[in-house]
Design a protein around this ligand. Structure first.
Ligand code: A3P
Length: 306
């Protein structure tokens, strides 16, 4: 009831399985077979963990900090979103024609190298040789801020268009009912691969705390060296205030295309700890318990405030 634009509903697999659209489920095999290349960089994330920020970081490092070049084309063209055309369970009726055809799998297949591919699919749904073939940057964020950010995302994006309360949304999140759930399985699968030479595992909170240092780690990982001047420019380029204003990355164009509501922004607040402005003590306690249960027996730890 709280997702008035969902007509087909979500495709939920076995208990604990992965949640996406029936359209994705019909084509899941295509993603398992999508051929990675040696010179690809894949940005793999659970939604709202800093995907867009990291894509732009990676694009800039790969392209020698060509800010001018970056502004010429929107990020979703420079760094395509693999499963995007398979996401929409119900098209907004007034969506422009061809909305789903903006970028398709075949176009990504044929893109010139080096490709920088965005996906929210968990590793086990991608080509089994991905990590042995391509470089993968996985970014995660503490789940409290992810819940808040995902709530605003569900209010902004018209195919999701959530109309319920935060409390209800957080419960859907914890019950693994939302797109790309379950969060922990997604993150822990990548965490288990963090020492693979082709994997760079990043935390959003580290990027907030030490952007320059994290840029240097990405550059090292990609075998690039940046001059001091390039590094300083890139830090400024990626700072929230500048990023939010940059039309090639802020997705404000999605409003004209009809897949976003007018109210709200994709590059929204960019803080660690915004959950404190949202959770009641009761909800926070419930979330703490849920986090504790899911991290028991693992060595993954989240920082929820800086
Ligand atoms: P908030 O909703 O908490 O503001 P994704 O790209 O994975 O969808 O993640 C979006 C989140 O990353 C949003 O979080 C967005 O504001 C934040 N973000 C995007 N660019 C950022 C930047 N340059 N600095 C800090 N946070 C950024």
């Amino acid at each position: 009831d709280h997702f008035p634009n969902y007509t087909e509903g979500l495709a939920k697999g076995e208990p604990g399985g992965f949640v996406l659209t029936p359209e994705y489920a019909r084509h899941a095999e295509k993603f398992l077979k999508f051929q990675p290349r040696n010179d690809d960089v894949w940005v793999v994330t659970f939604p709202k963990c800093g995907t867009t920020w990291t894509q732009e970081l990676v694009w800039m490092v790969v392209n020698d900090c060509d800010e001018e070049g970056g502004r010429k084309q929107p990020l979703n063209i420079r760094s395509p979103f693999l499963e995007f055309p398979y996401l929409s369970p119900a098209q907004p009726t007034d969506a422009p024609k061809g909305f789903n055809q903006l970028i398709n799998l075949e176009m990504i297949q044929n893109m010139p190298s080096p490709r920088i591919i965005k996906t929210h699919l968990p590793l086990y749904l991608l080509h089994p040789n991905l990590l042995d073939t391509s470089k993968v940057v996985y970014v995660v964020r503490n789940p409290k801020d992810v819940i808040v950010s995902y709530l605003y995302h569900h209010r902004l994006i018209r195919i999701q268009h959530f109309t319920g309360t935060l409390d209800l949304f957080a419960q859907y999140f914890m019950d693994d009912e939302l797109f790309y759930s379950p969060f922990f399985a997604h993150a822990l699968e990548a965490w288990a691969q963090r020492r693979h030479p082709n994997m760079l595992f990043l935390f959003y909170e580290d990027m907030k705390h030490n952007l320059r240092g994290e840029i240097e780690r990405v550059a090292d990982f990609l075998g690039k060296s940046l001059s001091g001047e390039q590094l300083a420019r890139l830090v400024a380029h990626l700072r929230f205030e500048n990023f939010a204003k940059n039309e090639s990355v802020n997705y404000e164009g999605g409003k004209q295309l009809g897949f976003m509501n007018q109210e709200g922004r994709f590059i929204r607040k960019g803080e660690t700890g915004d959950w404190k402005n949202h959770f009641t003590p009761e909800l926070n306690a419930r979330i703490d318990q849920w986090i504790e249960k899911n991290l028991a027996g693992t060595d993954l730890k989240f920082v929820t405030e800086l």
